[in-house]
Design a protein. Structure first.
Length: 98
């Protein structure tokens, strides 16, 4: 019996790390569509959040490649689906605010 399990690797803290994309996209959506002004401290905090998000994703992918898998497609696809979900969720929140 040859069964393909799609979800092979899900880090327990992936939702906590990936959900910071909601803050970034919500701030950008509100700045563009609702003409909210982003002050200097908003921009700095968004840059810090972005750097930490991409750094955590990069470190996790390197860990996956080195210790867990030889095939990187499944974890990358899981990250892509999670990012897509959280970006869509932030669009939904901004639409409800309108």
């Amino acid at each position: 019996m040859n069964t393909f399990y799609f979800i092979e690797y899900i880090p327990w803290s992936m939702d906590l790390r990936i959900s910071s994309i909601q803050i970034i996209t919500s701030a950008l959506i509100c700045a563009v569509s609702f003409d909210f002004e982003l002050k200097k401290h908003h921009k700095v905090s968004l840059i810090v959040i972005s750097i930490s998000l991409f750094l955590s994703i990069f470190v996790d992918i390197v860990y996956i490649i080195k210790y867990k898998y030889r095939n990187i497609r499944v974890p990358i696809f899981q990250y892509f689906i999670s990012l897509y979900y959280y970006i869509g969720f932030s669009f939904n929140n901004c639409i409800e605010k309108y």
